[in-house]
Design a protein around this ligand. Structure first.
Ligand SMILES: [Zn+2]
Length: 354
């Protein structure tokens, strides 16, 4: 789409065959020094697709930083053609304050495409959107769950659009959730501008989790392979399911939860997910699964009040449920999917129902 135009970012032209580190200035500190986003641009010798990968649009979600770091330092992709633009930290202000938001308390991922004369957040969105996103043909944006929550890795993509669907499938994550994304999010806005973009939701805030990093790196390499930008066979997931419907399980009573299921677990309708106990250990109520499916995400904090989200479940039809169960049973314990399940349960205590 943009292949024949010269690639100019932050006022610098990057030519075919070059690898360049750039600083994209978007703001200033109180003391007047420049605040810039670090970028690495890798170009193959031949023209081809342009792909961007972004991390830490939410400043406390470090998953993408870990993924891009691993991708660039341990096994830097040698591109046969095309261009990879890496922005490991988009929301620098948020990262430095361990916060999801910018100092003006706005959410960057609700502010795209932004404006050059708007709020602090809107200006950052504009810089990213004009200098990077609009110069690309495809995009991958990395996220994790919000504070005190954890997500089983899942790609989110608008599966009603064939090009987005192809990208989501190629990434090779086991679970894809079909959704357009919130208004003003990077991916929804990029897709509206004709640039197929997906996100990966994986793990927790404030962490580099080895399994989440591995699934992100595998996904980036799979996408580059599927576009013919690097050589090698696609690294297949253990299974792949595109989920149309998800549902939330919320606390009914105030109390303390003993969890009986963790992210990635397959659950049947009516299965006990958590027991809610009073402060002195009396059972208050039992949270049951309202559907058959897979746990996509959950709270990591046992203290709850009525209405608080406890589990997020991907609803699965019976045949799909059985197909996944079979693949998991047959799969090796060494498979990335299985290793990730272990990473995911390090922050909660999972107990059998008494
Ligand atoms: Zn996020």
């Amino acid at each position: 789409m943009n292949r024949r135009k010269p690639l100019i970012i932050a006022g610098e032209q990057i030519r075919l065959g070059e690898i360049r580190d750039l600083q994209l200035t978007f703001s200033e500190s109180y003391l007047g020094s420049r605040v810039a986003i670090p970028l690495r641009v890798i170009r193959g010798k031949r023209a081809g697709p342009r792909v961007f990968i972004t991390g830490a649009i939410h400043g406390d979600e470090l998953t993408g930083i870990g993924i891009i770091r691993e991708l660039l330092f341990d096994q830097p992709p040698r591109l046969l053609k095309g261009t990879l633009i890496c922005a490991p930290v988009v929301n620098i202000f948020g990262l430095e304050r361990s916060s999801r938001y910018l100092p003006d308390r706005r959410d960057l991922n609700r502010s795209f495409p932004g404006s050059a004369t708007g709020s602090m957040t809107s200006r950052l969105a504009h810089a990213i959107f004009t200098e990077i996103v609009r110069q690309c043909d495809y995009g991958i944006d990395f996220h994790s769950a919000a504070v005190r929550r954890i997500n089983n890795p899942n790609v989110r993509a608008d599966m009603t659009r064939p090009e987005v669907k192809k990208l989501a499938r190629a990434f090779g994550c086991e679970v894809i959730v079909n959704s357009k994304g919130p208004e003003g999010s990077l991916r929804r806005t990029a897709v509206r501008h004709g640039i197929p973009t997906i996100i990966l939701e994986a793990g927790e805030v404030w962490k580099f989790e080895p399994g989440m990093v591995a699934i992100g790196v595998r996904g980036c390499l799979n996408v580059l392979k599927s576009l013919g930008m690097i050589e090698g066979p696609v690294d297949e997931p253990l299974f792949q399911v595109a989920v149309k419907k998800t549902t939330w399980v919320r606390a009914e009573r105030g109390g303390f939860l003993a969890f009986h299921a963790k992210p990635g677990d397959l659950v049947r309708k009516g299965q006990a997910l958590a027991t809610n106990y009073s402060i002195f250990g009396f059972e208050r109520n039992l949270l049951l699964s309202p559907a058959q499916g897979m746990i996509l995400g959950m709270t990591t904090m046992p203290a709850v009040q009525p209405g608080e989200p406890v589990y997020h479940i991907a609803v699965l039809a019976d045949a799909t449920y059985r197909r996944i169960l079979k693949k998991i049973k047959e799969g090796s314990n060494e498979h990335l999917f299985q290793r990730i399940l272990e990473d995911l349960s390090t922050n909660m205590i999972i107990q059998k129902k008494k």
